[in-house]
Ligand binder design. Structure first.
Ligand SMILES: NC(=O)c1ccc[n+]([C@@H]2O[C@H](COP(=O)([O-])OP(=O)(O)OC[C@H]3O[C@@H](n4cnc5c(N)ncnc54)[C@H](O)[C@@H]3O)[C@@H](O)[C@H]2O)c1
Length: 343
């Protein structure tokens, strides 16, 4: 058992999938990446040659016929997730899927049913922030009572302005599900995790300021949601696509006896330059840089769960409930009304 390696196949080799594939091929112990799949054949060939991956596929269903495989990693665009998760589970594989479970709540609920039909399989969702050292440390501090009762969470999830064009493309292709479902979903999950409470009602507003095209597509470039959680806990979520200084992920949890802040200055590293502009620290440029460690840690956890026959703490219900809240935010933003979150 100690030397057993789990044989994994991955679908999607884009921004996120390439990073996962590199971790699975080179860095995750007890894992052997033996198959890669993408509709772009050039991506498949490049990765196969680079890391010596024996099997390459342009067709996902064909990859699932490979009986050497034990687990499937899904990093395709969000609209394919629910179907690909369902198919992989039905074909007898353990499954890791990038967030979200699907583009619609109904899809997320279908995934939950599929996961419950296969209790012997490990299913894990890519809420990687839970595996980030700082976020995990904050969780330990909250659970041990260091800030008393957590009563308010304030989150900033801001993408760098330099990527505005690619987000416009995402919005245009209906690739993402919109600002709240795509960008704020990690924060919505963290809020449930830290507050140990479920959302009851939400009011969300937003607009398109630097790039009016987002509004033409029915999406927001910058938005904010205020959520009342059970026990009268408070959530304030700011999401945006136009952050001039880089990728800014910040979380504050206020308790009855103290406050925690994570990532208040989204600094790249310990270096500070003193020059004519002042004392300057560079900021992180994107998610791959900020969450490099978390992507590796979550992949290790998935493989260890398979080997040790246990389930990860982040489960399919977390995916469904964060999607439900993401949709309630979207509905409130679209209608301008306070929305009750029904489970
Ligand atoms: N957890 C995070 O921090 C995080 C960050 C970014 C993206 N994501 C998620 O990862 C997923 C992928 O996002 P991305 O930015 O890497 O997208 P991307 O467009 O860069 O890459 C998508 C990949 O999937 C392939 N693909 C598309 N349709 C396919 C199909 N039908 N079958 C097989 N392959 C197909 C593409 O060729 C490409 O290789 C999304 O669901 C996104 O929400 C998560």
């Amino acid at each position: 058992m100690a030397n057993k390696k789990v044989k994994v196949g991955i679908v999607g080799l884009g921004r996120q999938g390439y990073q996962h594939a590199e971790n699975l091929a080179l860095r995750v112990p007890n894992c052997e990446l033996i198959a890669v799949c993408s509709v772009v054949e050039k991506e498949v060939k490049e990765v196969q040659e680079k890391w010596g991956i024996p099997y390459g596929y342009a067709d996902y269903d064909e990859m699932l016929e490979n009986r050497e495989l034990e687990a499937i990693f899904i990093a395709s665009p969000s609209g394919f997730h629910y179907e690909q998760i369902e198919k992989a589970l039905e074909a007898g594989f353990h499954v890791f899927s990038e967030k979200p479970l699907g583009l619609y709540l109904e899809e997320a609920e279908k995934v939950e049913k599929a996961v419950s039909r296969h209790p012997d399989k490990v299913f894990m969702l890519g809420f990687m922030r839970r595996y980030d050292r700082s976020y995990a440390d904050a969780k330990r501090m909250i659970d041990s009572g260091e800030i008393g009762e957590p009563v308010l969470i304030r989150c900033y999830g801001l993408d760098p302005a330099g990527k505005l064009d690619s987000f416009l493309k995402f919005a245009r292709d209906n690739y993402s599900g919109g600002l709240f479902l795509d960008m704020a979903i990690h924060d919505l999950d963290l809020a449930r995790w830290y507050l140990q409470a479920e959302p009851e009602e939400v009011w969300a507003i937003g607009g398109s300021y630097a790039r009016p095209e987002f509004a033409e597509l029915g999406d927001a470039e910058t938005g904010a949601a205020m959520v009342r959680f059970s026990g009268n806990r408070i959530g304030i979520f700011v999401a945006g696509r136009n952050c001039a200084h880089g990728y800014h992920i910040e979380t504050e949890i206020i308790g009855t006896n103290g406050t925690l802040r994570i990532g208040t200055v989204p600094e790249r590293n310990q270096v500070m330059i003193f020059n004519e502009t002042g004392a300057v620290k560079k900021c992180t440029g994107g998610f791959l840089e900020r969450f490099e460690q978390s992507y590796l840690s979550e992949a290790e956890e998935f493989i260890n769960c398979i080997l040790e026959n246990r389930k990860p703490s982040v489960n399919v219900r977390d995916g469904v409930e964060s999607t439900r809240l993401g949709y309630a935010c979207k509905k409130s933003f679209e209608t301008g009304k306070l929305v009750r979150v029904k489970s």
